[in-house]
Design a protein around this ligand. Structure first.
Ligand SMILES: [Ca+2]
Ligand SMILES: [Ca+2]
Ligand SMILES: [Ca+2]
Length: 620
C-alpha cells in the first residue's frame, strides 16, 4: 500500500462501504497477490548463506520460530476460526478491506491489511505462515494502525506488521486472522516469495578490464557478464548498461585488497540489476532512481556521503561494505549543527536491504530521507551493521511509512543512536540492537513520531538511560524486553546527556505502552517520569505506570566487565551479553515470532538471550 500525501480537504476518515460488503464468515479464501513491484520470487536459487548469523537460522535471533504455538509446549498451532463472530454492525466493528504483502525482502515479508471501522481499535490480526509443504509457524501479530497524518503524509486505517526471520528465495503462505469483538472477522491467506541476494549467473562471460580498457569494456557488456577489473587506479565512471533480474551485470574488483582503486565516484544513476562487488572507491557510490542493484564487499573511503541514492529506487541490496567517512569523534562534531559531514549509507524507496556493513565516521551512519525527500520508505531492512562514530544519528530511520526493520545492529560512540523522527504510523521496528556509548538519546522518537516498536534492545549510555527530549507528543510506541542503563551525565559540545534518570519521557502520550523492561542508573537513584507521572523507585514505576513488570538492573547484569561510558575519547565496542543469574534473565515476555525459542522460563531482557553467541556484526 502506498502512503498517500495528505491533500487539503481530503477526508481520509470517510467511510465508503465496499461493494461486496463485509464477510462475516470464515470463507477460507486463499488469494495470491501481486505486490506491484513485479519482481519478488525471481526463482533464483538460495544464496547459499543460511547459518551466517542472520535471523531465522536458529541462532537465537528474532523470528526463528520453533514451529509450534509459541508457548513452548510443542503443540501444533490451532486453526483460526470466525465461528460465532458476526459482521460489523456499526463503526466499532471491522470491515476488512484490501490486504497485501508489499516488497518482500530477503528475510522479511511486510503485511498491510486495510480496514474500515474499528473506531475503538480493539480488532486484532494474528499471523501464521509456512513455506511450501512445511508446518504452520506462528508469526508476529500485526500492529493496529489507525488512520492518521503527520508532517505532510497520511495513511489509512489498517493493520500492519512483518513476518520475521524468513529464508531467502522461498515462497510463503501468510495466513491472516482478523477478528474484532465488536463484529467483523476474516481469515485471508496471501502468498509472497522472499528475494535472494543478487549474484552472478553460473558460468558467466568474463570481460577483463584495465584502467585503459575499462570504458570500452563496460560499454560492450551485456546482461550476465562479469567485468573483472585488473589491478590499477581507475578514473571516476558512470556505468551505462543494465542487467536483468536473472542476469545481472557484475563489476568485480579484488575484494578490497587495494589493488583495484577508483579515484573518484562510481555512478549508476537509473541503472537496474548491476552488482558492484569488491572495489575500493575513494569517493562515493551513487545511484539515484536505481532498481535491484547490489553494492557488496566494497571499501568506500568517502569525502561526504558513502553509498547514496537520493531519489526513489527499489530493492537495493547493500551488504558487507566497509564505509569510512570524514567525521571524527569530537565534541565539536556533535549534533545537527555540529562539525560533521556525510551519510555513510543513505537510501529512499521501498524494498532495500542494508546488512552487515561496517560504517565509521559520519554525521549519520545509515539514513533514510526526510520530509519531501522521503519516497515510499517501507519494507526496508537495516540488519547486523557495525556502526561507530556517528556525530548525529547512528541509524536515522526517519519518515518510515511502515515496516522498517532495524534489527541486530551494534552501535558504538553515537550522539543519537536510533532515530524515528517521525514514524508515520508504524510499525517502525527496532529489535535486538546493541547500543554502547550513546550521548544524547538512544531512541529519538520526535516530531510527533507514531507507532515505533522497540523490543529487546540493550542500551548503555552516558546520562539518562531512556530519554526523549521534545515537547512534540509521541504516541503508540511499544517497548518490551529492553535494557536501559545510564549514569551520571555531562555536557558534551553544549549538549547535556541528562542527570542519570532512568526514564525521561515528558511528551509520551498515554497510548505509549512500556512494560517488561529493565532500567538502571549507576548513580544509584531510580527516578524518572513517563508523561506527567513521576516516580522515585522501582515500586512506584511498577505501581504508577504501564511498566508493571519492570526490573532494576546495573552494569553487573553483563558477563563481561562493561565500563560506564564516558564518551571521549572514543570507546571500543562492548560485549553486552548477560551473565547468568542476574535481574535481566527470564524477565521478559514472549512475543510470537520474535523470541519463542528463548531459553529458561522466559525471554531475557536486552539484545542477547543467555547462551546465544554474539551475532556477526559488520562484513561477513
Ligand atoms: Ca472494534
Ligand atoms: Ca540523514
Ligand atoms: Ca531466558
Amino acid at each position: 500500500m502506498r502512503l498517500i500525501r495528505a491533500l487539503p480537504g481530503l477526508c481520509l476518515l470517510c467511510f465508503a462501504c465496499t461493494d461486496d460488503g463485509p464477510k462475516g464468515e470464515d470463507d477460507g479464501s486463499s488469494e495470491t497477490v501481486g505486490d506491484g513491484d513485479g519482481d519478488p520470487g525471481d526463482g533464483d536459487p538460495g544464496d547459499g548463506d543460511p547459518g551466517d548469523g542472520d535471523p531465522g537460522d536458529g541462532d537465537g535471533d528474532p523470528g526463528d520460530g520453533d514451529g509450534d504455538s509459541g508457548d513452548g509446549d510443542g503443540d501444533p498451532l490451532p486453526d483460526p476460526s470466525c465461528e460465532g463472530i458476526g459482521d460489523a454492525v456499526d463503526e466499532l466493528g471491522t470491515v476488512p478491506g484490501d490486504a497485501s504483502l508489499p516488497f518482500p525482502t530477503l528475510q522479511h515479508i511486510s503485511v498491510i491489511w486495510e480496514i474500515e471501522g474499528d473506531s475503538n481499535e480493539n480488532g486484532t490480526v494474528t499471523v501464521r505462515y509456512r513455506s511450501d509443504g512445511g508446518p504452520w509457524r506462528e508469526g508476529t501479530p500485526l500492529r493496529r494502525v489507525p488512520a492518521g497524518s503527520l508532517e505532510g503524509f497520511a495513511w489509512p486505517n489498517r493493520h500492519a506488521g512483518t513476518v520475521f526471520g524468513l529464508s531467502p528465495g522461498t515462497n510463503y503462505e501468510v495466513e491472516l486472522f482478523l477478528s474484532d469483538p465488536d463484529g467483523g472477522c476474516e481469515i485471508r491467506t496471501l502468498e509472497a516469495t522472499t528475494r535472494t541476494r543478487p549474484t552472478a549467473i553460473a558460468n558467466p562471460r568474463v570481460l577483463d578490464a584495465t584502467p585503459a580498457s575499462f570504458s570500452q569494456v563496460a560499454n560492450s557488456s551485456e546482461p550476465g557478464d562479469v567485468i573483472a577489473l585488473g589491478p590499477g587506479n581507475y578514473s571516476t565512471f558512470t556505468f551505462q548498461k543494465d542487467g536483468t533480474e536473472d542476469a545481472p551485470i557484475v563489476i568485480l574488483g579484488d575484494g578490497g585488497a587495494g589493488g583495484v582503486v577508483i579515484d573518484g565516484d562510481v555512478r549508476l544513476d537509473g541503472r537496474s540489476h548491476v552488482i558492484v562487488d569488491g572495489l575500493t572507491v575513494n569517493g562515493q557510490i551513487k545511484f539515484n532512481a536505481a532498481t535491484g542493484l547490489a553494492i557488496v564487499n566494497n571499501t568506500v573511503n568517502a569525502n561526504a556521503d558513502g553509498i547514496a541514492m537520493l531519489t526513489r529506487g527499489e530493492n537495493i541490496y547493500v551488504a558487507d561494505n566497509l564505509v569510512t567517512g570524514p567525521t571524527s569523534w569530537t565534541e565539536a562534531a556533535l549534533g545537527v549543527n555540529g562539525d560533521n559531514l556525510g551519510e555513510g549509507i543513505v537510501l529512499t524507496g521501498p524494498g532495500h536491504v542494508i546488512e552487515h556493513n561496517r560504517v565509521v565516521g559520519f554525521r549519520d551512519a545509515i539514513s533514510l530521507l526526510e520530509d519531501g525527500g522521503a519516497n515510499d520508505q517501507f519494507s526496508i531492512d537495516i540488519l547486523y551493521n557495525d556502526i561507530e562514530i556517528a556525530a548525529d544519528d547512528g541509524v536515522e530511520a526517519d519518515f518510515c511509512f511502515h515496516n522498517c526493520r532495524i534489527i541486530g545492529n551494534r552501535l558504538t560512540n553515537t550522539f543519537i543512536a536510533l532515530s524515528s523522527q517521525p514514524g508515520l504510523g508504524g510499525p517502525t521496528y527496532f529489535i535486538r540492537n546493541s547500543l554502547y556509548s550513546v550521548i544524547l538519546t538512544a531512541f529519538k522518537l520526535q516530531r510527533g513520531s507514531i507507532g515505533d516498536v522497540v523490543w529487546h534492545n540493550t542500551v548503555v549510555k552516558n546520562g539518562d538511560a531512556l530519554g526523549i527530549y521534545t515537547t512534540d507528543v509521541f504516541a503508540r510506541q511499544q517497548f518490551r524486553n529492553n535494557l536501559f542503563i545510564g549514569g551520571p551525565g555531562g555536557e558534551y559540545g553544549g549538549w547535556s546527556s541528562g542527570s542519570g534518570r532512568v526514564i525521561d519521557l515528558d511528551a509520551a502520550d498515554p497510548s505509549c505502552d512500556l512494560d517488561y523492561d529493565g532500567f538502571g542508573s549507576t548513580t544509584g537513584n531510580f527516578v524518572g517520569n513517563i508523561g506527567a507521572v513521576s516516580f522515585t523507585s522501582l515500586a512506584e514505576l511498577q505501581a504508577m505506570t504501564t511498566e508493571v513488570h519492570a526490573v532494576e538492573v546495573g552494569l553487573d547484569v553483563f558477563a563481561a566487565a562493561v565500563g560506564y561510558p564516558q564518551p571521549f575519547p572514543a570507546l571500543e565496542a562492548a560485549d553486552l551479553r548477560l551473565a547468568p543469574g542476574g535481574a535481566a534473565i527470564d524477565a521478559g515476555v514472549v512475543i510470537p515470532g520474535i523470541n519463542a525459542d528463548h531459553d529458561g522460563a522466559a525471554p531475557d531482557l536486552g539484545a542477547h538471550e543467555l547462551g546465544d553467541p554474539l551475532p556477526s556484526y559488520g562484513p561477513r
